[in-house]
Design a protein around this ligand. Structure first.
Ligand code: SAM
Length: 219
């Protein structure tokens, strides 16, 4: 996919990992994201298997590993990201069974994992059919829960972004997208997922929202 291209560059994983540590605000946001993921995982009460889809440099691996869930998996479309993650996390990295592949066609059987996390990937999917396909794949390989983080509306940052786009006009290709909450609800339902909880990075301000989604057919 067009947005995936840069992730294959050899030096991109390091630049991406550094980005989250560069300024005080980014470090604070990273800490808050890790805490939100930990809260999501508590809601899921996962005990046997967890998968991190679109894992990147494994930013969330310490939080995922801290659950004591024995079977940890990670997938990314970029081999450069996977190698970086394994090296960067040393012994902890060895606990993850990694695979290269796309969220649009996951190389796992149905219900392979108790909980599946897909963080900071779906906001790249502006095309609704593709986003639904990705959500459908996440739901297919999850037995109980899917955790996603993405950009939603109803906050200051999304309002500011919409104003900017109105002023300068939308570019022919946008890399990241604010997906209205109502649209997301319909996409989740289409994938057989129902919102159990959500957490905002900074309520009313930030575009980042974490959703804990339950599988309709496991209820
Ligand atoms: C913005 S990074 C997020 C990384 C990590 N989840 C985080 O939050 O720090 C997006 C990741 O998704 C991966 N990616 C891009 N397209 C993908 C696809 N179609 N299937 C799976 N992973 C993909 C990229 O290689 C990159 O590592």
């Amino acid at each position: 996919m067009e947005f995936s291209g840069k992730y294959h560059e050899a030096d991109f994983p390091e630049r991406y990992a550094d980005k989250h540590a560069r300024t005080l605000t980014r470090r604070a946001n990273d800490r808050r994201e890790q805490a939100l993921l930990a809260r999501c995982l508590t809601v899921c009460a996962c005990s046997d298997s967890l998968a991190d889809i679109g894992c990147g440099p494994g930013r969330f691996w310490p939080t995922l590993a801290s659950t004591d869930v024995p079977d940890l998996y990670a997938l990314d479309v970029s081999h450069a990201m996977l190698s970086f993650a394994r090296e960067h996390h040393g012994v902890l990295g060895q606990r993850f069974r990694v695979a290269a592949g796309s969220v649009l066609s996951l190389p796992y059987v149905d219900n392979a994992f108790e909980t599946v996390a897909c963080l900071r990937l779906l906001h790249h999917f502006g095309d609704r059919l593709q986003r639904r396909r990705a959500l459908g794949e996440l739901a297919r390989v999850a037995r109980n829960h899917v955790i996603v983080s993405l950009w939603t509306d109803g906050n200051y940052k999304a309002w500011r972004r919409a104003r900017l786009e109105r002023r300068r006009g939308r570019r022919p290709y946008e890399n990241r997208h604010v997906i209205p909450r109502g649209v997301l609800q319909e996409d989740f339902t289409a994938a057989g997922l129902v919102v159990e909880r959500h957490f905002d990075l900074v309520p009313a301000f930030s575009q980042w929202r974490y959703y804990v989604l339950g599988k309709m057919d496991s209820r």
